[in-house]
Design a protein around this ligand. Structure first.
Ligand SMILES: Cc1ncc(COP(=O)(O)O)c(C=O)c1O
Length: 413
């Protein structure tokens, strides 16, 4: 007996796998330092917790509206209008789902249409591990746009221009980026928008930009966050995805959302709501009041966490940059470093392990120095030279863990 081929061929999330292994070691009493999970070590702001608890106590436990309650959708539409300057967004354009990951998975299902020949997902790589499997599950094809540490892992306008074809359906923009920790400037994003607008008029009428802005509030490199959906020429073909996991320390709550603009944005919202109505229905109803509590009352907590991430980024980057043979751009957003470790491939560890790849490096590092990092293979081309390390943990762990990485690399022969 076998499972459906779409499941048989689906890779499990490598980040979740490494995190699980690190937790298993910790439970067994091993002194392991985990740089694997992409989640803040802070607690959810108390006001947000109170909003959900009082909804639960107040009996908000029945089925709710599929795309989310009207108040949360209104608050999100206002946020996107005011902060992100996206035109033509109303509450009706917003769909709330069980995490940004769920929003993205539903969007890929709603947009990719292999039968109609619009199945290409243009993906600057290295990229977050789930875009490619989501594409495949929706019957699409990933078209990788390669980048490297030498150019801050950023696609150029020329590369984008060359990648677009009549079959292009989705361009994924993820700024700030997981795993790269870098972000595009407003000028770079405006240049991409112009290319998309021009291509849409000629060879790629069905191209849609999905802008994954999960890390928009975690920025510290002096570059302003810019939503590509704010460029009027492509507003109606851009879907902005965001969520509460990262900025509000709410990874376990599972709240994500998206909104497009204008008539096509409405169409996408209704299509995705249909998909959601046939799968999860909605996020839990007593969680819904937490959305506006987070988005309207937690500015100072978000700023405090951002400052902490900024300080950790400085420490982590300076320690990593000081390790011979690692090449890594300075992070400007999110909470990741993605060093290229390929200069050490072909060497042998003190424990006798051959470092033939990022996966071999990560495994040896975990076994010999008890430090968990995510090998870069699953992040797409270019990732196979790198490993991802998150600095969403306390300073002591950062110093101790990177010290162990340094010792491990120093011992390679
Ligand atoms: C780039 C990016 N997009 C989306 C997500 C999904 O986050 P969540 O489902 O917790 O909202 C993540 C989480 O790691 C991410 O890094």
């Amino acid at each position: 007996m076998r499972l459906a081929s779409r499941v048989e061929s689906l890779p499990p999330s490598s980040t979740l796998a490494v995190t699980a292994r690190a937790k298993e070691l910790a439970r067994a009493g091993v002194d392991v330092i985990s740089f694997a999970a992409g989640e803040p070590d802070f607690s959810t702001p108390q006001l947000v917790v109170e909003a959900a608890v009082s909804a639960l106590r107040g009996g908000q436990t029945r089925y709710g509206p599929v795309p989310g309650d009207p108040e949360s959708r209104r608050v999100i539409a206002e946020k996107l209008t005011r902060e992100n300057q996206i035109p033509g967004v109303t509450a009706d354009h917003v769909v709330i789902s069980s995490g940004g990951k769920h929003s993205l998975a539903l969007l890929f299902q709603a947009l990719i249409d292999a039968e109609a020949g619009i199945d290409e997902v243009l993906l600057p790589v290295p990229a977050w591990v789930s875009y490619a499997p989501m594409t495949t599950l929706a019957g699409g094809r990933v078209v990788e746009i390669p980048t490297s540490s030498a150019n801050d892992f950023k696609m150029t306008p020329e590369q984008l221009e060359r990648a677009i074809t009549a079959g292009s359906r989705i361009l994924v923009i993820n700024s700030p980026s997981n795993p790269c920790g870098t972000m595009y400037s407003p000028e770079e994003l405006r240049a991409f928008a112009q290319i998309v607008a021009d291509a849409a008029k000629t060879r790629a009428p069905d191209l849609v930009v999905i802008s994954d802005e999960l890390y928009e509030k975690i920025i510290f490199g002096g570059i302003d966050h810019f939503s590509i959906g704010s460029v009027p020429a492509i507003a109606e073909r851009t879907i902005t995805v965001n969520g509460l996991s990262k900025a509000y320390a709410m990874t376990g709550w599972r709240i994500g959302y998206f909104a497009g603009s204008g008539a096509f944005g409405l169409k996408v919202a209704r299509g995705v709501a249909k998909l959601q109505s046939q799968s999860t229905t909605s996020i839990p109803t007593f969680i819904m009041p937490a959305v506006s509590a987070a988005l309207t009352k937690c500015e100072s907590e978000v700023a405090r966490m951002r400052e902490a991430f900024a300080a950790r980024a400085k420490i982590a980057y300076s320690l990593i940059a000081g390790i011979p043979g690692l090449v890594c751009p300075e992070p400007t957003g999110a909470f990741y470093l993605f060093p290229d470790v390929s200069a050490h491939f072909g060497k042998k560890s003190a424990g006798g392990r051959q470092i033939t790849s990022a996966a071999a490096f990560a495994e040896a590092l975990l076994e010999e120095q008890r430090v968990a990092v995510v090998p870069g293979e699953d992040f797409g081309s270019g990732g196979e030279k790198c490993f991802r390390l998150t600095f969403a943990c306390d300073e002591k762990s950062i110093r101790e863990g990177i010290g162990r990485i340094r010792a491990f690399i120093g011992s390679l022969r």
